[in-house]
Write a protein that binds this ligand. Sequence first.
Ligand code: CP
Length: 318
Amino acid sequence: MFLTSNPQLNKNGELHHLLSIEGLPGEILLQILDTAESFVGVTQREVKKVPLLRGKAIFNLFFEPSTRTRTTFEIAAKRLSADVINLAINVSSQSKGESVLDTVANLAAMQADMFIVRHSQSGAPHLIARHVGEDIHVVNAGDGRHSHPTQGLLDMFTIRHYKHDFHQLKVAIVGDILHSRVARSQIHALTTLGVPEVRVIGPKTLLPTNVDNMGVHVYHDMAKGLKDVDVVMMLRLQNERMQGSFLPSPQEFFKFYGLTAEKLALAKPDAIVLHPGPMNRGVEIDSTVADGNQSVILPQVTFGIAIRMAVMSILAGN
Ligand code: CP
């Protein structure tokens, strides 16, 4: 059998699929971050291409909408010289009742080398990884509220770029932690990479019941939670994943948990602000902060290309 008990690793302990940050050793996270550093240089050259994945067929399977992740995976694959196929799910045979596994089996029969999968159901990329052949790699591009590993990795890349040493940092993650796959990936990455203080800030209704078991400090008061932090990671209210009423109103949420310049002033003066996007201005973040000089929201997007190049090139080499 090719795979070990960790479905992401091969028998040599190397990354074969990227499904979740949970369970990955720190060395593999650092290997991805370090590899991405080398690709930042490529993305700044006039000819932004290297031949590492020439002849490989990479299929983007986005069963849920995306702007940043789908586009940067496509750019990253093209910069690695791969052939990229974006399956248009809306006009695919999914609409005739074909199952996800049958769709994937047919694409595999077209000699796919890698599937990049986003799905509203948690676990969909794991299911696909269990059913593809040993030569095919699967990357989770966000599944339900479970995991978004490349977002977590690009966030770590951004933090390391501006703050250099994970071991000295206080980091706050603010907002709808309950429904956020990004928050889960961020928490696993931050704790694995040695950040000594990870805080989560939000109303009780938007925090998972056992979130403190993940090694984080829980705050319901934004003023206390932001005090002296180095990094503020804002999250969107995931309305599409909410069943029932979790909040009185978006206006009420903004009053208590929206990041304004006044609230940001409680963090360290050189604190940076991240947001995975899409942003809802005036709900979780004020425009003065989103567009202000402490915001690194657009550099996050740019670094996403290098991170996704790193992930795909590492997988293709294993
Ligand atoms: N951060 C993120 O996943 O954004 P998209 O939904 O636009 O891909």
